[in-house]
Design a protein. Structure first.
Length: 70
């Protein structure tokens, strides 16, 4: 199931200790510049290659995000 959540809801999940996997879906240079603490980088062109290793728990709650680079 895919749903959108806002910053406040994400913060609440993290504050409650809910286990979430944070994935930043931007190019590595943007990830290196700034990312949320604990977030993993999953560049758009590398999803099929990297996702199986980055997300071993297929039942985990995954939060994808990206920054506006404009």
């Amino acid at each position: 199931m895919v749903e959108n959540i806002g910053r406040d809801e994400l913060r609440a999940k993290m504050d409650r200790g809910n286990p979430v996997i944070l994935l930043e879906v931007l190019a590595p240079q943007y990830y290196r510049h700034s990312h949320l603490p604990g977030a993993l980088n999953l560049p758009p062109g590398k999803v099929a290659e990297l996702a199986p290793d980055l997300i071993p728990d297929k039942d985990a709650e995954i939060v994808l995000y990206c920054w506006d680079t404009a």
